[in-house]
Write a protein that binds this ligand. Structure first.
Ligand code: PLP
Length: 220
């Protein structure tokens, strides 16, 4: 696969869904990928990237951001409160706002810096005990609380359970976003981004289908 094919499939999925061409943002998820693969994708023109680990992103991205000032970085992994300051300094968008303590920390940082990354609230649509995200039943209240704190919540994000049809999860996320007046939906990965677009995704997070399989053994 690769960037060209995935971009073409994304445009086709937009057309099939009756969505405007270019209306879905492709986030190239570069976690754990070797530098040469990321540089190749930068050279092909991709500017929106997703990372899961603050420290890894801090080590990789400042130099590329200098070379490619239009780079936009999205934090898509669980965010520890003690890494929030580093995260807001590096990332343009955070997709994993999932608890009150993190919201309070991000609000304090936004006040001190006069600016905040755009935010997505992560929803644990499958109610999986090991997975991050607010429960669907708590989502409305949490979004309200974030708004009261002045946080720029743009939308919702989910990671459907492995080995399940993702479509009911995409539909649930969309219905929660609609009733809360949130315009953005971060959903869909390599295996299911076209289905996500059909169900209203505005941001898809595609890693291995662009870069190839991740080799966790080669890290560090
Ligand atoms: C790693 C990751 C992705 C990309 O997964 P692929 O299956 O490689 O496309 C998307 N979203 C999140 C939250 C991830 O952690």
């Amino acid at each position: 696969m690769g960037l060209t094919e995935i971009s073409a499939r994304l445009r086709a999925a937009e057309r099939a869904a009756g969505r405007a061409e270019g209306s879905v943002t492709l986030i190239a998820v570069s976690k754990v990928q070797p530098a040469e693969r990321i540089e190749a994708v930068l050279a092909e023109g991709q500017r929106v990237f997703g990372e899961n680990y603050v420290q890894e992103a801090q080590a990789k991205w400042p130099a590329w951001k200098d070379r490619y000032p239009a780079v936009e970085l999205h934090m898509i992994g669980p965010l520890q409160t003690n890494k929030a300051k580093a995260a807001v300094e590096l990332f343009n968008v955070i997709h994993t706002l999932d608890r009150p303590s993190l919201a309070e920390k991000l609000a304090r940082l936004a006040e001190a810096r006069g600016v905040s990354p755009q935010l997505f609230v992560q929803v644990n649509t499958g109610v999986e005990p090991q997975k991050a995200g607010v429960l669907p039943a708590d989502a409305d209240g949490f979004v309200d609380a974030c708004r009261v704190m002045g946080l720029p919540v743009m939308g919702l994000m989910c990671i459907p359970p492995d080995e399940q049809d993702p479509v009911p999860h995409f539909a649930l996320l969309r219905s929660i976003a609609e009733r809360n007046g949130l315009p953005c939906l971060s959903m869909g990965m390599s295996a299911d981004f076209e289905q996500a677009v059909a169900h209203g995704a505005t941001h898809v997070r595609v890693g291995s289908a662009i870069f190839g399989a991740r080799d966790y053994g080669a890290r560090g």
